[in-house]
Write a protein that binds this ligand. Structure first.
Ligand SMILES: C[S@@+](CC[C@H](N)C(=O)[O-])C[C@H]1O[C@@H](n2cnc3c(N)ncnc32)[C@H](O)[C@@H]1O
Ligand SMILES: [Zn+2]
Ligand SMILES: [Zn+2]
Ligand SMILES: [Zn+2]
Length: 227
């Protein structure tokens, strides 16, 4: 990969293909999820639904409301804006978002850990300074060149989003879909952030420039070991 020139990648938020569908590895078996079997109104967005309780999305034939990832959305409450020289682009609320509200799924290429390690080296050699790859069960999601706007969400040590891990219908065994859910109300104009929870790795450790004041850990994820 050494023959590829570094690219001015982070100057343009459109340097990636914006799409809302996860791309699973070719040839991997996609596993079906059973319907929940709930009776009555079948909203199925509370723990009374056995699938919802287990953070498992129902399949379309179930025709219930437990379709966080797959239902077509009409309202989007986020936009990409510059978050500052230290952080690059960020994801910002364009409308108030209530605590507990689903905002967006983290979408990109679904890759194995081995492929993630390979791409990590490749991206480093290409001069890509931002790391977009996140663990998703036994796989990783890579939205570096293909994904949705969730890839712009920055890390914060005191975030307003938690990332829920869900089992999805027609996904590889062991894959977890990642849902951004507000853990507190987010006002219009506020930055949407989550805790990357990266393990410390001196190869890719990055200082944190979040605005959490004395709650900031000074590093994105774990701090370097003392000594
Ligand atoms: C998933 S990307 C977020 C979008 C990125 N800011 C951009 O411009 O495309 C993660 C990268 O953003 C930067 N970043 C995210 N949160 C940060 C923070 N709290 N402080 C400093 N840099 C941050 C780091 O370069 C990190 O590897
Ligand atoms: Zn169902
Ligand atoms: Zn149900
Ligand atoms: Zn911080």
């Amino acid at each position: 990969m050494a023959n590829i020139a570094p690219i001015a990648f982070d100057n343009n938020p459109n340097d990636f293909k914006d799409d809302s569908l996860l791309k699973f590895p070719i040839g991997v078996k996609l596993v079906r999820v059973k319907g929940c079997g709930c009776k009555g109104l079948r909203k199925c967005t509370t723990d009374k639904c056995s699938n919802f309780f287990q953070k498992t999305e129902c399949q379309s034939r179930c025709a219930c409301g437990n379709r966080k990832f797959s239902k077509t959305r009409k309202v989007f409450k986020y936009a990409v804006q510059m978050a500052g020289d230290n952080k690059g682009w960020g994801l910002f609320a364009t409308k108030r978002i209530e605590a507990g509200e689903f905002i967006i799924a983290y979408v990109g290429d679904v890759i194995t850990k081995e492929e993630k390690d390979r791409r990590f080296e490749e991206y480093k050699n290409r001069g890509i300074k931002h790391n977009y790859m996140i663990q998703a069960g036994k796989y990783h999601i890579d939205p570096t060149f293909y994904g949705n706007k969730a890839r712009f969400a920055n890390h914060c040590c005191d975030p307003n989003v938690i990332v829920e891990k869900w089992t999805m219908d027609r996904a590889p065994q062991g894959f977890k879909a990642l849902a951004f859910v507000a853990c507190k109300p987010i006002e219009e104009g506020q930055e949407i952030t989550f805790n990357y929870k990266f393990d410390y790795n001196k190869e890719n450790a990055q200082p944190c420039h979040c605005d959490a004041g004395n709650k900031c850990n000074k590093w994105i994820g774990k701090a370097p070991p003392k000594n």
